[in-house]
Design a protein around this ligand. Structure first.
Ligand SMILES: Nc1ncnc2c1ncn2[C@@H]1O[C@H](COP(=O)(O)OP(=O)(O)OP(=O)(O)O)[C@@H](O)[C@H]1O
Ligand SMILES: [Mg+2]
Length: 298
């Protein structure tokens, strides 16, 4: 893949603290257009924080986030987001919820003239998430999986360049979750959008991703282990994943299980910290810029 392709979404030297606590610590990341990146890491390591910097809901203390070379700034339609909990208006029908984002982009006059066209467009997105026949229902009349599909349609209708998803299937029962994973893969195959998918579930991450990123505060560097070291999370592993079959049978494959176990050890076990020089940054787009303090050995 060309360098320009690799740098569709680019994050460099990103630091973020809340008060005295450093959460993200010199994070570097380059993502190619159309990659389906999954992001895993221990609870509280900063996954949602990283998504918020990409979304532009918050700004890093230092470092840059760019999409196609331009700084991201405040949230705009280039970035869509789907959260774990359904985020639509209970008093609006499914169709009205999906059309709302487009409606808010129009002046009242433009809405009057474009209403029919935008409603047709919303119906098309409802078709893509297989909810067209539920367009007139209200959110509470839908199952959890259907509600998450509405949330996906709401994000997609704004045609984001990057779709950010923070534990989007975390509240679903296991069967629905598996169906939604297959649904997302189908959708991604069709639309080839760039996706950034945060999950607690390692199996889900390895199954879905073309690339898995492991964010973790469990690592060693030259800064040592003293109480004064305020260490945040870094991307400590970055693997390209084979896009195997889009059947969930692959989850029972021993190679799959071995990779899941390896990532669990690398990123989730506080007793098995790797030195920054030993990170498994195997993805071809992976890069990092360590400070002198971080680099090298004691
Ligand atoms: N607005 C905030 N103010 C202060 N601290 C915060 C804020 N948001 C997050 N934090 C802290 O930053 C750290 C990272 O939080 P974040 O929610 O990004 O983690 P996460 O990896 O998404 O966790 P989880 O897997 O539980 O969703 C946590 O210690 C959290 O308590
Ligand atoms: Mg989170």
């Amino acid at each position: 893949m060309s360098a320009a392709k690799a740098n569709f979404l680019h994050i460099e030297d990103l630091y973020k603290s809340y008060g005295p606590k450093r959460v993200l610590d010199n994070v570097d990341l380059s993502v190619g257009e159309g990659e389906l990146c999954t992001l895993v890491g221990p609870s509280g390591c900063g996954k949602s924080t990283l998504l918020r910097q990409i979304l532009g809901e918050e700004f890093p203390d230092a470092g840059r986030v760019t999409i196609e070379g331009a700084d991201v700034g405040h949230p705009d339609p280039r970035r869509g987001i789907v959260f774990q909990r359904y985020s639509s208006y209970p008093h609006l029908s499914v169709l009205d919820n999906v059309v709302l984002g487009r409606r808010l982009q129009c002046s009242p006059l433009a809405w009057l003239t474009r209403r029919r066209q935008l409603i047709e467009e919303a119906m098309e997105y409802l078709q893509r998430v297989r909810l067209a026949e539920h367009a007139d229902k209200y959110p509470h009349q839908l199952s959890g999986g259907m509600q998450q599909r509405v949330a996906i349609a709401q994000a997609l209708i704004l045609r984001p360049r990057v779709l950010l998803m923070d534990e989007p299937f975390g509240a679903l029962d296991p069967d629905t979750r598996e169906q939604m994973q297959l649904f997302l893969l189908e959708l991604w195959e069709r639309e080839r959008m760039t996706v950034f998918f945060v999950t607690h579930d390692l199996e889900e991450a390895v199954f879905l991703g073309t690339r898995i990123l492991v964010l973790s505060q469990y690592y060693r560097d030259r800064r040592g282990e003293g109480a004064g070291v305020n260490r945040g999370a870094k991307i400590i592993a970055d693997y390209q994943l084979p896009r195997a079959a889009s059947a969930t049978d692959v989850k029972r494959d021993p190679v799959f299980a071995e990779l899941v176990e390896r990532i669990r050890r690398e990123g989730f076990d506080p007793t098995a910290r790797r030195h920054v020089d030993e990170f498994n940054l195997r993805h071809p787009h992976s890069f990092r810029t360590l400070t002198a303090e971080e680099a090298g050995r004691n």
